[in-house]
Design a protein around this ligand. Structure first.
Ligand code: NAD
Length: 363
């Protein structure tokens, strides 16, 4: 299906492709291969600061429009994330449509790698939901434009511990701003999604003696974590009605929306998921009106990107950790800027990121 047809059909079906148009993106590529069953979309949002880097997500989307919507939003988020983190990277993202548990094969991943290669380095891929370092090894067999490859192959390995550390830094900075003290000891934190990032975040929170509640749709993950950490399990969407200090979305996007905001009693939202706000403008404003400190997702979940960027430059784990630790100071600055300028925290972060891209364009 041509992209224009997909877009038209999405509109006809009443699906709004978030609050952006396709025209914001430099290039969107549909990949289809009947032999391997590969169906993927690669979106390149902006390459002003450098090549578009962003992970590949494999998800069993209900339809192609949902996949397109997701990849467009995610790739834009990557441009903002790189810009606000001071990295010379553009924003891109890829989605593979399918069940990562049953449909992921070596040939499928290698075919996907060939599509990445065909873009000549304009897009660089990495891991995201539904992917692991082994999958990146297969992609690496077809293209060098991949990061987050195993340490044994000279790469930086799994970016998730860095992402989780950055989220933890952003969460502590938000606590400092809200309560004047960044200790999370005794604070009730609900972590929704305890996958790669969520588990690492739980480790940090547990070391700090936070009161941790975990939630996941995968019972195996809940069981595994409850064996290793002192956590309480709450299943389903009743988590939004719990008494909590901090809500940490670490699963998928759009969980901060009018329904959940009506129910949430937290004082801080700080998590790893991309595009947490269903509608950026509306939902960040509601957070602000309700006195909830929203730590912008693209700012605090940049640790993994910082780490894979280091892989391109010549990997240095220590310097990646130090740069990720800086998320604490940047978060505090942005929360203060939002208060000073009477704007939402999301808009404050957006302004800084967009300004950096504009400055580069005009230089
Ligand atoms: P993951 O696939 O390892 O973990 C996601 C977890 O969320 C899984 O355990 C899954 O079962 C669970 N989940 C899915 N839908 C859910 C739902 N409706 N309710 C509760 N749990 C649900 O992914 P990850 O690498 O940990 O990434 C988590 C989020 O952080 C994603 O949104 C990802 O885009 C974002 N992110 C990840 C990185 C990274 O370095 N991995 C970097 C930046 C952003």
């Amino acid at each position: 299906m041509k992209i224009a047809d997909t877009y038209k059909k999405a509109k006809n079906n009443g699906l709004v492709l978030s609050n952006m148009t396709l025209m914001e993106h430099e290039q969107v590529v549909f990949c289809q291969d009947s032999e391997t069953g590969l169906k993927a979309i690669i979106a390149i949002h902006n390459t002003t600061l450098g090549p578009a880097l962003g992970g590949t997500r494999m998800w069993n989307y209900d339809n192609e429009y949902d996949a397109l919507n997701d990849v467009l939003r995610l790739s834009r988020g990557m441009s903002l994330k790189a810009a606000i983190s001071g990295l010379d990277l553009g924003g891109g993202k890829a989605v593979i449509i399918g069940d990562s548990n049953t449909q992921k094969t070596e040939v499928l991943m290698r075919k996907f790698g060939q599509y990445v290669e065909s873009l000549g380095g304009k897009y660089i891929t990495a891991e995201d939901v539904g992917m692991n370092t082994k999958d990146m090894e297969y992609v690496r067999m077809e293209t060098k434009h991949v990061t987050g490859i195993p340490e044994s192959m000279g790469g930086s390995g799994d970016p998730s511990p860095f992402t989780a550390f950055g989220v933890y830094m952003g969460m502590k900075a938000s606590a400092k701003y809200k309560w004047g003290n960044d200790s999370l000891e005794g604070r009730t934190v609900v972590v929704q999604g305890v996958g790669h990032v969520g588990e690492n975040l739980v480790r940090h929170l547990s070391e700090e003696k936070a009161n941790i509640i975990i939630n996941d749709i995968d019972d195996r993950r809940l069981d595994a974590l409850s064996e290793d950490y002192a956590v309480r399990i709450v299943r389903g969407d009743s988590i939004f009605d719990l008494d909590m200090d901090i809500y940490a979305p670490c699963a998928l996007g759009a969980t901060v929306n009018p329904d959940t905001l009506n129910r949430l009693k937290c004082k801080i939202i700080a998590g790893a998921a991309n595009n947490q706000l269903a509608d950026e403008v509306r939902d960040s404003q509601t957070c602000s009106d309700k006195g909830i400190v929203y730590a912008p997702d693209f700012l605090i979940n940049a640790g993994g990107l910082i780490n894979v960027y280091s892989e391109i430059k010549g990997y240095d784990r220590e310097s990646s950790m130090n740069q990720t630790r800086e998320i604490y100071n940047t978060t505090l600055e942005i929360l203060k800027k939002a208060e000073l300028d009477s704007i939402t925290t999301h808009v404050a972060a957006l302004e800084i990121a967009e300004q950096r891209i504009k400055n580069r364009k005009s230089s």
